[in-house]
Design a protein around this ligand. Structure first.
Ligand SMILES: C[S@@+](CC[C@H](N)C(=O)[O-])C[C@H]1O[C@@H](n2cnc3c(N)ncnc32)[C@H](O)[C@@H]1O
Length: 206
């Protein structure tokens, strides 16, 4: 993957207001109790490292070299041992079947090329009793979804490939997961394409 240098350079500063008010507390609630061997897919600049406090081992993937360079600079501040940083894409994970207790996607399934394949890979590497954690901005409904479809071509160009109009909840369920906790919320004005959020915990369907 060629890097998005400008996106990587501004990502943490651009996200800071929404991280401090909204996403940071949600990441903390979702991730601070996660234990075992944890895979954070598309880890970006490593924002989740502040919250993965109880994991035994953390494996990070990040295919964008510019984001990965920032991620590597944050490893020293991780609370849990980071045992591997991989440049693999979510669609083709270089890990064994059933090798993780938890897989985390935060603000990633909007950007991966093939969400169905990424989720199939998550299902493959996750133990049958493991947990999938998602915090993603997603497709809204009605006029909001129509608006998201309209702005997607421009949004994608400005946002390093981000699609604001993906129905991620359906994609997760189609990939063979069942949500045990799920919340849909509207974060801010409806005209902001990335304002509908999904947060949830899902498990491989038995
Ligand atoms: C908006 S950032 C989110 C980063 C981080 N997960 C967070 O919560 O702040 C999206 C990340 O997904 C990564 N990404 C894009 N395509 C990907 C793919 N096919 N597989 C894995 N990660 C990908 C990007 O490089 C970027 O770092």
């Amino acid at each position: 993957m060629s890097g998005h240098r400008i996106f990587a350079a501004v990502y943490d500063r651009m996200a800071a207001p929404v991280e401090s008010k909204l996403l940071g507390p949600r990441r903390a609630r979702m991730l601070s109790g996660v234990t075992g061997r944890v895979l954070d897919v598309g880890a970006g600049t490593g924002v989740n490292l502040d919250h993965l406090r109880n994991a035994e081992q953390v494996v990070l993937t990040e295919p964008d070299p510019a984001m990965r360079a920032k991620l590597e600079r944050k490893l020293g501040r991780a609370h849990a041992p980071v045992v591997q940083v991989s440049d693999a894409a979510a669609e083709d994970l270089p890990f064994d079947d059933d090798s993780f207790d938890a897989v985390v996607f935060t603000l990633v399934l909007c950007t991966v090329v093939d969400p169905a394949r990424a989720l199939a890979e998550a299902r493959r590497v996750l133990r049958p009793e493991g947990s999938l954690y998602v915090l993603e901005h997603v497709r809204g409904e009605g006029a909001q979804a129509t608006w998201q479809d309209r702005v997607t071509p421009v949004w994608k160009r400005l946002g390093a490939g981000c699609h604001p109009n993906r129905d991620t909840r359906t994609a997760v369920e189609r990939a063979g997961f069942t949500f045990t906790e799920v919340e849909n919320l509207q974060a801010g004005p409806r005209w902001i394409p990335a304002s509908p959020l999904l947060q949830g915990t899902a498990h491989p369907t038995g």
